[in-house]
Design a protein. Structure first.
Length: 56
């Protein structure tokens, strides 16, 4: 399942530091998930303080 980071992202980097495959990086105004590297672990979703990461 693909996860996405919404515009609610506050650029706190909590998700990036927790990603075991380094699939999350800073983008233009918010963080982005590289679908090719992401392993569907959902750790990023659980650590996001503003709930900006969701499946879909």
């Amino acid at each position: 399942m693909t996860y996405k980071i919404s515009d609610e992202c506050t650029n706190c980097a909590a998700c990036e530091s927790e990603c075991p495959t380094e699939a999350i990086s800073a983008g233009d105004g918010k963080y982005v998930i590289d679908a090719d590297s992401y392993i569907d672990c959902a750790v990023c979703e659980s650590v996001c303080p503003v709930e900006a990461i969701s499946a879909g």
